[in-house]
Design a protein. Structure first.
Lengths: 234, 234
């Protein structure tokens, strides 16, 4: 098996930086975790918030703390530091090789989209609260087996709000359904296509930070090499 | 300008995991840092060590600590925890947007290879000590301007020791020179080609963990999207 992960990330039009933060860390007992945080508002203030939350979650995960506890710690940290006045959405996606599962942790009203190996689309969309504002906030956690054919799409609300200015709303699950139906899109192609559609709806000027994370499990025996690639416009 | 980074990583033949650890973190004042650690020996024991060192360096960098201090902290931490009995090599490569420089930090006998925009190959190969064994160990730090045309290659000693069993030694700088001469290789292609040559010398059975990190600065105006891709064989 092989796991492919792709992330695309763009900032709100005319802001110097995205208020979303994406961090990745190797899990000490095997596997990887991705942490995606969308800080309240946009630009520098949002970035400072999302950085703080992501850093806290990552530092917990790096020490072997389980995902649910890391999300709770990130909430408590933000809640304590900002007195419950600032919110952020938090998603953690982990490939946990110790339990051979995908662990999806969600503090975000945006759903997580899962395509199962038998090609069914499943929305993780139970009501869920952002971190930072209400004491005792918990993540919603879903654990899935590491099975080839699985696709997971996680995103920040800039994606589903694309086009909102023109009242054409982006139906992200429908787009994922259409893009994956019958085709063998790579994680990178799927992430790029979703972002492209959102940017088209926003007429090339995103009205919010947009981040999309796609994970795909493949039934492929590769060359045994781990690869990481990053491209960063300055 | 655009920055491209590619990492390839493979474990010693017949070990369950690579003893090298590569972590990436966003710098709170802008930019990214990559931390590459090769723990003494191979397999699980080496992995535990490299994880410990990388985690310490990453957690410092995430809080805005400067690279030289982060490398010193990682050394002190390993030295303290293991009583000076365990060594690891440590490289930090940072794209520092606050100072608009590349910061290269080296605690590794392996050189760092730099191709300058005027196409000259430069070796950062002053004698340098690994972390963990001698009190007061310091990194060697080189700062370069963020200029398009720059290429940086960082690697662990598994790369240059490839072929050592058959007494054909891998001349990494010569290979980089040849691969980049006149061609416009992407960071990913360069990293893949170097690994491929090393694996050929090791007859497909690497006799040590091998990691290669390539950074390239391009004079290109892209679409303003940050992209991250990971592929992970299980």
């Amino acid at each position: 098996m092989e796991i492919e992960v792709a992330v695309v990330k763009v900032g709100k039009w005319a802001t110097s930086e995205s208020g979303d933060t994406l961090e990745m860390i190797e899990r000490p007992r095997g596997g990887f975790s991705f942490v995606l945080v969308d800080g309240q508002r946009s630009g520098r203030a949002a970035k400072a918030i999302s950085n703080l939350v992501a850093r806290k979650a990552i530092s917990e995960l790096a020490e072997g703390v389980r995902d649910g506890a890391a999300a709770r710690a990130a909430h408590d940290y933000l809640y304590t530091h900002k007195g419950g006045k600032v919110s952020a959405t938090l998603n953690i996606l982990s490939v946990d090789l110790a339990s051979s599962t995908l662990v999806l942790s969600r503090n975000n009203h945006c759903p997580i989209i899962v395509i199962t190996p038998d090609d069914r689309l499943w929305l993780l969309d139970e009501p869920s609260e952002p971190v930072g504002v209400r004491r005792g906030t918990k993540p919603l956690i879903t654990e899935l087996p590491l099975v080839s054919g699985t696709v997971v799409v996680v995103y920040t609300d800039g994606l589903e709000m694309a086009g909102a200015r023109s009242s054409r709303v982006f139906d992200v699950p429908a787009a994922v359904r259409e893009l994956t139906a019958g085709s063998n899109m790579s994680a990178q192609q799927l992430a790029d296509s979703l972002l492209e559609q959102a940017l088209a709806l926003d007429e090339g000027r995103p009205h919010d930070d947009i981040s999309v994370l796609v994970l795909r499990i493949l039934d492929r025996t590769g060359d045994g090499v781990r690869r990481l690639a990053l491209s960063l416009p300055l």
